[in-house]
Design a protein around this ligand. Structure first.
Ligand SMILES: *Cc1c(COP(=O)(O)O)cnc(C)c1O
Length: 564
């Protein structure tokens, strides 16, 4: 059965369970949801990633808002089982042996998609080489390229060693895996001594490769100097066609993936446009991201859907019938999820959060472009709009990459704002954001706040999780929200689409729009027109939950990229 896998999905990070710290953020959570939906739909897929034995990191935040990172040890054997398969890659002239650990993602009807975790921590390898699969996004440029060699080249070799010889599509989830194309070229050379690396060889490989790009800025793409590539990989015959691999003596992993894929897509319509502008020489489609519905719907809403929408798990489109659910039942389910969140927040932070108070949520990686501090742009105005009769409270969570000073500063700023607003607006920052926390926060707040600087949020998925639980978004029009937003129906926009991008974006104007929407629309509706507010909740589920899911997304990959 395993030999019949025809789709191989490669991702540097995959989020499968909270206890497995094998993901850092949205890219990994998307990969996990993708595999879950593939299993539900019986897509014959096998996935490949790295083990990340020391995880990403465990986040602690001191009372001043300073983030501290600790290694995140986990017991691999508790989650994965070791396969007998072995493979090896050449790194800097040494042979690095790899093993694969297996995790089966089981779909709704029992179909399994195996996920293989590559592990270099074997006694045959040198002490230093054993660490290559330890830290997700840790180390320097050399460490990174070695990891990518293991993922791409080691991944293909491991699949072969596991008996997967009939793979028709190699799907690169972001450019990290693009070295897989080098191994496919090497296979082409090995297949027949007469074969060379020429246009025909490139075409052969392209037929089998699919690439999803996630990064809307050139600086976000992995690049390695040619000297480093040659030092790590040696003289690889496949790399001889320099014009395919290098420009300006640099190997750009995105360009490599673009050059060697027959199908390329961005992760939302807008992101597709941005990618086409960035890479005008290529045909780039878009398939908008989604989330795995059964994973991100809270228990109370699962029970609600079970009562009112038969077969919603099997057919996510049927969530459109949510409009028929009685409002009182929706509010009851929401109150349960909110109560659970409030208990957790109060237990963790002692902020005295109140279930009756309009609660805003903001949980995502603490990266500068997400502007977690936009809400505090004008503290006085914010204080004024939250009166005694119409209070608000805000729940934050998110990790900053250990080397991202700007991200860490953001966390400190939120702590400072919390102090400044004491007695007026309760602010809680939850430590160590992970999938479990994400599940609780997206389901338990009343309003999902999203403030990225356009066009940097390629898609964003946490607002989709919120929508499934009837939590509307108040969001900048970027990424998926351009598609999911119907003003006053599924939520509300902050600013306009033509308010400028990047450096030209007027932060003060965005902040003003945010305050206006809260003061004039959301707060009055929440407190005085609860019925209308619940109407918005129902439309979030019916219009957005039914569409922004990985079941619809996987079907699009199948039709456009996998079996085409
Ligand atoms: C959903 C999720 C993300 C991605 O959220 P964005 O809105 O895309 O930033 C990141 N981390 C965790 C733990 C998540 O659950």
């Amino acid at each position: 059965m395993d030999r019949e896998r025809s789709i191989a999905y490669f991702s540097m990070e995959i989020g499968l369970e909270t206890g497995m710290p094998t993901y850092a953020g949205g890219l990994g959570v998307l990969a996990g949801d993708t595999v879950r939906s593939a299993a539900d739909l019986k897509v014959p897929m096998a996935a490949v990633t790295l083990l990340h034995r020391k995880g990403y990191f465990y986040q602690k935040i001191d009372p001043n808002g300073v983030q501290k990172e600790e290694p995140e040890e986990w017991v691999v054997e508790d989650f994965l089982h070791e396969t007998k398969a072995r493979a090896s890659v050449n790194i800097e002239g040494r042979t690095v042996q790899l093993r694969a650990w297996r995790y089966d993602v089981v779909g709704m009807s029992g179909f399994k998609v195996p996920v293989y975790f590559l592990d270099a921590d074997l006694p045959e390898n040198t002490e230093a080489d054993r660490t290559f699969t330890h830290f997700l996004y840790g180390g320097d440029l050399r460490y990174r390229i070695c990891q990518e060699v293991i993922l791409g080249i080691g991944g293909v070799k491991m699949l072969r060693s596991l008996g997967h010889h009939n793979i028709k599509r190699f799907h690169m989830n972001e450019g990290h895996a693009a070295f897989l194309t080098v191994e496919l070229l090497e296979e082409h050379l090995r297949r027949d001594p007469k074969n060379t690396i020429d246009a025909h060889a490139i075409e052969e490989v392209r037929k089998h490769c699919v690439f999803t790009t996630h990064t809307p800025v050139p600086a976000g793409h992995d690049q390695f100097p040619m000297s480093l590539v040659e030092k790590v990989l040696g003289r690889q015959p496949a790399l001889e066609m320099k014009e395919v691999f290098y420009s300006d003596h640099t190997l750009n992993m995105t360009n490599l993936a673009l050059n060697l894929s027959h199908y390329v897509n961005g992760v939302a319509k807008k992101h597709g446009e941005i990618s086409r502008e960035m890479f005008p020489a290529y045909t780039i489609d878009s398939i908008t991201n989604g989330v795995h519905v059964a994973t991100w719907t809270s228990k109370p809403f699962q029970e609600l859907f079970d009562r009112f929408i038969a077969g919603w798990r099997e057919d996510n489109f049927s969530l459109r019938y949510a409009l028929g659910i009685p409002k009182a039942d929706v509010w009851k389910a929401h109150s349960e999820t909110k109560h659970e969140l409030m208990q957790y927040v109060n237990h963790e932070t002692n902020t005295g959060m109140d279930t009756d108070v309009l609660t805003l949520g903001f949980a995502r990686r603490a990266a500068a472009y997400k502007r977690a501090d936009l809400l505090f742009h004008d503290i006085e105005r914010l204080q004024k709009l939250a009166s005694k009769r119409t209070p608000i409270q805000v729940i934050y969570a998110g990790k900053a990459h250990p080397q991202d000073q700007a991200g860490k500063d953001l966390i400190r700023k939120i702590y400072q704002a919390g102090d400044a607003l004491k007695g007026n607006i309760k602010i809680a920052y939850l430590q160590n954001y992970d999938m479990e926390l994400g599940r609780m926060i997206t389901a338990g707040v009343d309003l999902w706040l999203n403030t990225p600087e356009p066009p940097l949020e390629a898609s964003g998925t946490s607002g989709m999780k919120a929508a499934l639980n009837g939590v509307p978004s108040l969001s900048i029009l970027d990424g998926w929200w351009i598609e999911g937003h119907v003003e006053g129906v599924t939520g509300w926009a902050i600013g306009e689409t033509d308010d400028g991008e990047g450096k030209n974006r007027d932060r003060a104007k965005d902040a003003k729009s945010l305050y206006d929407k809260l003061e004039k629309i959301v707060i009055p509706m929440f407190y005085r027109h609860r019925d209308r507010f619940i109407g918005i909740m129902l439309h979030s589920i019916a219009l957005n939950g039914s569409f922004f899911n990985t079941q619809r997304m996987m079907q699009q990959y199948v039709l456009r990229a996998y079996f085409h």
